[in-house]
Ligand binder design. Sequence first.
Ligand SMILES: [Cu+2]
Length: 68
Amino acid sequence: MSTVTYSVPNISCMHCVHTIQTEVADLQGVKSVKADATTKMVEIVFDAPATEDKIKALLAEINYPVAA
Ligand SMILES: [Cu+2]
């Protein structure tokens, strides 16, 4: 089990938080997703088959790319 925290600058409101939590939680292997509109951070707990690459690709796909 791994926990990652990403900075996602595009998070601006509770709607963004909801979208991210719903979409990322759908990824197989993801255990929990916590997005925060104030800090613009997303904390994700995951296990295989999810990977950081898959999570980052999904976030980019839904328009919430992780900050470089
Ligand atoms: Cu929003």
